[in-house]
Design a protein around this ligand. Structure first.
Ligand code: DGY
Length: 323
């Protein structure tokens, strides 16, 4: 029997690519060059499975392409706001993602950004590299305490809970959060957490706000100028979720006018094209979407896609089916 034809849109960890080669007639992307919309469309027409990543945009006009051979999109990533899920469903395309395996590494990056923003880590690194450090003195680069401060989480899924655990058990932080649905009461008890009724309540009360809601039309610019104006001048905003959850222009203005203390960002509206204004702000800590970027996590994400493809092609229900 012919092996299914599988297209991988970007370079994956070597051990996963080796397995893909054994199992499928696979087209890898040795150059790691992002595919154009036309190349993605042609992939949908010529492969049984297409495995995109979180930076491959798959809007309705591509998913509605005629003469599709593709039956499954095995997404390499937990977020799937880059795929028009209604169009996928309408075209009977199965979509899978990779939840669970990137929880800890993404929560680690949220804490990295929180600590760097609070303690002005990126700014200090830039100062030394620029040869401008004049030596220790009692008032140099004073910053904010993390230990014992209040962490507010918007969204309280796996990654938010893992971040809250690190913050509470590691740094004695108080936890407040907003989530549309009620989480497991044992988690609230473990973290002595307070569930807020509204996002506004979190914005007003926390010293550090970490975003953990999914991206997409439902949360686009959830954190807009009005929300940012509720933050205390001493508060820092951390975003490891999706760039478009925050109105970048409003955030830039707040950082520039020092209406908030800082921002630690791993994701951006329109990434990898970043609003150049961010680069001028000392109180912005900027990382290039590193949330899941450890070798073991990225390998585990690839293994998840392999398991989802195997289930699909063997006629079983893929564990991480989105639609
Ligand atoms: C995801 O999987 O959605 C992450 O953003 C990738 O790090």
């Amino acid at each position: 029997m012919n092996k299914p034809k599988v297209l991988i849109t970007r370079k994956w960890p070597a051990s996963v690519e080796t397995k893909l080669k054994q199992l499928y007639e696979v087209s890898l992307n040795e150059d790691d060059r992002p595919l154009t919309p036309d190349e993605l469309k042609s992939a949908l027409q010529n492969y049984d499975a297409v495995c995109p990543t979180v930076c491959d945009s798959l809007p309705a006009e591509l998913l509605n392409a005629s003469n599709k051979r593709c039956k499954i999109l095995g997404n390499f990533g937990v977020g799937y706001n880059h795929i028009d899920i209604s169009a996928a469903k309408a075209n009977s395309l199965v979509v899978t993602n990779t939840p669970g395996v990137l929880t800890q590494s993404t929560a680690d990056i949220a804490m990295t950004l929180l600590l760097m923003s609070a303690r002005r880590g990126a700014e200090g690194d830039r100062l030394i590299r620029a040869g401008k450090w004049q030596g220790w003195c009692p008032t140099h680069m004073l910053s904010s305490d993390v230990t014992g401060a209040t962490l507010g989480l918007i969204g309280f899924g796996r990654i938010a809970i893992a971040t809250a655990r690190k913050a509470h058990h590691g740094f004695g932080m108080k936890i407040v959060f907003f989530n549309p649905s009620a989480p497991d009461p044992s988690v609230i008890e473990e973290l002595h957490a307070t569930r807020c009724d509204t996002v506004e309540d979190v914005m007003r009360s926390a010293d550090y706000i970490s975003l953990h809601c999914p991206g997409g039309p439902g949360t686009r610019h959830l954190i807009d100028d009005k929300m940012i104006r509720l933050m205390k001048p001493s508060t820092h905003l951390i975003n490891t979720a999706r760039g478009d959850v925050v109105d970048s222009k409003a955030l830039i203005e707040a950082l520039r006018d020092k209406r908030i203390a800082g921002a630690g960002l791993d994701v951006y509206e329109g990434e990898p094209n970043i609003d150049p204004e961010f680069l001028t702000l000392e109180n912005a800590t900027l990382l290039p979407h590193l949330g899941s970027a450890t070798l073991s996590t990225r390998t585990a994400m690839g293994e998840k896609v392999l398991a989802n493809l195997a289930a699909f092609f063997e006629g079983r229900e893929p564990e991480d089916r989105v639609v």
